[in-house]
Design a protein around this ligand. Structure first.
Ligand SMILES: NC(=O)c1ccc[n+]([C@@H]2O[C@H](COP(=O)([O-])OP(=O)(O)OC[C@H]3O[C@@H](n4cnc5c(N)ncnc54)[C@H](O)[C@@H]3O)[C@@H](O)[C@H]2O)c1
Length: 278
């Protein structure tokens, strides 16, 4: 999709980080915006900073892990602006724990926000996007964790691998239908955002995470440092996304050097080697 002006973008997780940068870039492109986040107060404050007239902007409190909330988001977007041209399933959360320390509630929270959200997004937006005229595009935010298996991130890795394969499947299906809907999957490495404090937005129904063991705490500390020292910014992610959408490119891997680790993982698989530790 090359034309963005006067088209409508729906972005989840838009109150912070990569989602907010996507919203800023979409606003600068002259798009209409439907912005969703579980943190309504922060979303409303963030939306006020965007260069977009009030009648071209809509914000909605959405918990993307809940199907009824995503259904309401689709209703709002199509009801208000008639069509959706860019759907960014971006909201996500992480929790650093050794696999056997993750509780069932941790798994349900992380898979709900990171993976089920994309399933809900596809089920509630795609039929209507297929029925509308013109080009459109879906961008799913995965992670390099969808291509690699970093320790102490089991639920996150599983969720992001799910987003990658779901996106690949969607792409091939839409191609086979000759649909005018492009698909991209964003796979960043470390980006300095608030992702390492994801628990701030954990819905009550998932309870709170149990305290980490010393090993998990050490991984957690390292993960936080890695996020904070990420060299590419959320704005760089937005630039990479808009470039890829304009070029109809599927894989968006802005941290080029991480491809070495992906290659090694693929070679381990193809050459029957045990996984090389990351
Ligand atoms: N920052 C990184 O290093 C990095 C790397 C790879 C992938 N990602 C992915 O990028 C995406 C955006 O994360 P970010 O880094 O900007 O983090 P962030 O914490 O700054 O932003 C995430 C946003 O999602 C919202 N959110 C959380 N739970 C939600 C829910 N249930 N419903 C709706 N909104 C919810 C948060 O309120 C927040 O505004 C996520 O999918 C994340 O997994 C981030």
């Amino acid at each position: 999709m090359r034309e963005f002006k006067d088209r409508t973008a729906v972005i989840t997780g838009a109150a912070s980080g990569i989602g907010l940068s996507l919203a800023l870039r979409a606003a600068r492109e002259g798009m209409r915006l439907v912005l969703a986040d579980i943190d309504e107060e922060k979303l409303v404050d963030a939306a006020k900073t965007l260069p977009v007239p009030a009648d071209r902007l809509c914000t909605l409190r959405v918990d993307v892990s809940r199907e009824e909330d995503v259904a309401a988001l689709a209703e709002t977007a199509f009801g208000r602006f008639g069509a959706v041209h860019l759907l960014c399933n971006n909201a996500g959360v992480g929790l650093t724990r050794l696999a056997w320390e993750l509780t069932r509630a941790d798994w349900e929270w992380i898979l709900g926000v990171n993976l089920w959200s994309v399933v809900h997004g596809i089920r509630h937006f795609l039929p209507r996007m297929l029925a509308q005229d013109g080009e459109s595009h879906v961008v799913n935010t995965a992670s390099v964790a969808g291509l690699l298996s970093t320790p102490a991130m089991a639920a996150y890795n599983v969720s992001k691998h799910g987003v990658v394969t779901l996106s690949e499947t969607l792409y091939t299906e839409l191609q086979a239908q000759q649909a005018r809907i492009g698909v991209s999957v964003l796979c960043p490495a470390w980006v300095p955002t608030a992702i390492h404090t994801s628990e701030r937005n954990r819905p009550e129904r998932f309870g709170t995470a149990s305290p980490p063991s010393a090993s998990s705490a050490a991984y957690q500390e390292r993960m936080g440092q890695a996020v904070k020292s990420g060299r590419l910014t959320a704005d760089d992610m937005a630039t990479a996304v808009f470039d890829a959408v304009a070029a109809n490119r599927f894989y968006i891997i802005p941290h080029g050097r991480i491809k070495q680790a992906v290659r090694l993982r693929m070679e381990d698989i193809l050459e029957d080697r045990n996984p090389t530790p990351l």
